[in-house]
Write a protein that binds this ligand. Sequence first.
Ligand code: RRO
Length: 313
Amino acid sequence: VDLSVDLAGMSLPNPIMTASGCAANGPELHRFFDVAEIGAFVTKSVKATPQSGRGTPRMAETPSGMLNSIGLQGPGIDAFVSHDLPWLASVGARVLVSIAGVEAAEFAHVAQVLATCPDRSAIVGLEVNISCPNVANRGLVFACDPASSAEVLSGVRAVVPADLPLFAKLSPDVTDLVPIARAALDAGADGLTMINTILGMAIDLDRMRPHLFGVTGGLSGPAIRPVAVRAIWQVTAAMRAGTIPTAPIIGVGGVRCGADALELIAAGASGVQVGTATFHDPRAPRTVLTELAALLAERGISRLGDLVGAAHG
Ligand code: RRO
């Protein structure tokens, strides 16, 4: 089975990736499987300066998924390019670097440093995280507003070479993703990643207080897979109808097994990220890859591309 994919110039041996934030920047996961075996490694979103994130508790398990209010903890771009990225390059990983910021200029700064750093050749693309539910741009998640989405994407596009693919990571917290997708693509995104976590919260009945220090957090895991399917379907349908430009979609949301990955592919995704499942089983991304290959073989499909968007008929 030929699992190779070309996502807006990102040439990958297979479509499976980690999901941003769920496997830090690699070494922990590499103890469980060779991170160069999956299509790409997606980093925790990196911003301009080091940040310790929000107060604790900032993770909560619910019966239907995981809630987080990490608040963009990370080493900052300088430590990322001097420490984290060289390690990923040394093990042969293809790196999709997730970038973030509190304003458009911060995203552009981080992108510019990456575009000119010594390990640039290990970077296959940038995932522009405009959808963190725990980082508000004047009270608004960038990806819930077309103009804010466009401002970030055009700022990043202006400082990176045309051959560095940009994927805009979108939020599920809007009923219609099409205007946001259009704004991001028109402003210079080459593809879309859907979806980030859904804004939620939980209450600790013993303390009679919100579970998370930050009150609200992002919900992930199996509960949100139908929301990811809806988002991917909605944007793919608009691309097929010609109302927005055609571009590759990376699907993410509650994928635990090969069949889950295939569902996102059938909705229109040509890449698939595995996130929350990694907390239960660190080998999850590698297992999803094996299961997806077996499913395609069972169905007599020789090329993955034949199933992308297949459910649209
Ligand atoms: O760090 C976080 O709190 C976080 C981010 Br940047 C994100 O994009 N999605 C999420 O659920 N948490």
